[in-house]
Design a protein around this ligand. Structure first.
Ligand code: AKG
Length: 301
């Protein structure tokens, strides 16, 4: 055991090695059933609140097929600001202990989001690298996905290309604008090699910021809500032009989750493409990807 593996809080050395090799992990049974139930109570509250909506808000992104009579949420934005249970979970060791094992003790929130992917119509997310949206000075950044529902092959699991986190920063532009999705063919990636992250509710997935990933339309009769916390090492600073910019140091530091902040960025030799110019229509990843000529998945049944 080396210095790093002997200090692990919850992962095994094998899991650490697998993350470094493959760029993702799935850990079963990390979140207690009562916490998952409390998250679902909030989901129901949010669903009801969408009944009055006719357009996206700062909190809620709507499915294209939404109507006030048939409310359909695609994504809850910044869920940790909307319900205490999502904030408490984000700060808990259930989430932070494995992240500390992977990228160190000093951690800052990049963003949070809750992708509903509801039964029968939950929207796909086309292939992309999160890094294309928010390049930083180093790539010790990952996303933890909390499975609020059982995730199987039929309800739109997250799909990843193992090892692709060590590859290039792929082209996510289309028509002269950043369009948030990439062509697998141009990248030489065969869809058959994508691995599905599947596990029961209460499990978590962790994926590296540079891994190529996406997920299909939910054609099944089962919901697939996944809560994502994007977390960065505190010494990673967004590069000018990144969509992960901060408005002030106070705001940046207010996102610290544990450990110490710093104003000395760790700068690493990482491949970067700047997500500029931004597309004519801004908004969630779903709206940005609509502006690409590249389609990874069919949109609706
Ligand atoms: O919900 C999913 O399966 C995909 C999540 C994702 O890649 C994203 O929201 O950027």
């Amino acid at each position: 055991m080396n210095e790093i593996t002997s200090a692990l809080e919850c992962l095994t050395p094998e899991q650490l090695e697998a993350y470094r090799r493959d760029g993702y992990l799935v850990l079963e049974g990390r979140i207690a059933p009562d916490v998952i139930a409390a998250c679902h109570a909030e989901l129901e509250r949010l669903r009801q609140s969408a009944r009055t909506l006719t357009a996206h808000t700062d909190e809620i992104d709507l499915e294209d097929s939404h109507t006030p009579d048939d409310p359909r949420i695609r994504r809850v934005k910044l869920p940790h600001k909307q319900a205490k249970v999502f904030d408490d979970l984000m700060r808990s060791d259930a989430i932070l202990a494995p992240v500390r094992d992977l990228i160190g003790p000093n951690l800052r929130l990049q963003n949070s989001k809750l992708n509903m992917k509801s039964a029968r119509y939950g929207a796909p997310v086309d292939w992309h690298q999160d890094w294309a949206f928010y390049p930083y000075t180093n790539d010790d950044i990952l996303a933890v996905g909390v499975f609020l529902d059982d995730v199987g092959p039929e309800n739109g699991p997250l799909m990843v290309f193992p090892g692709s986190h060590k590859g290039p920063a792929y082209d996510h532009h289309s028509g002269g604008y950043f369009a948030g999705t990439m062509s697998l063919a141009a990248a030489g990636l065969d869809p058959k090699n994508a691995v599905r992250a599947m596990a029961p509710a209460g499990s978590i997935s962790i994926h590296h910021v540079r891994i190529v990933h996406g997920s299909d339309l939910n054609r099944s009769e089962r919901d697939r809500a996944v809560l994502f916390y994007e977390i960065a090492a505190a010494d990673a600073y967004p590069i000018q032009g990144s969509m992960g910019m901060f408005s002030s140091l106070a705001e940046f530091d207010a996102r610290m989750l544990c450990g110490q902040s710093t104003i000395e960025p760790r700068v690493r030799d990482v491949p970067v493409r700047i997500p500029q110019p931004q597309p004519p229509t801004q908004g969630s990843i779903y709206e940005i990807q609509k502006q690409s000529a590249v389609r990874g998945f069919a949109r609706a049944m």
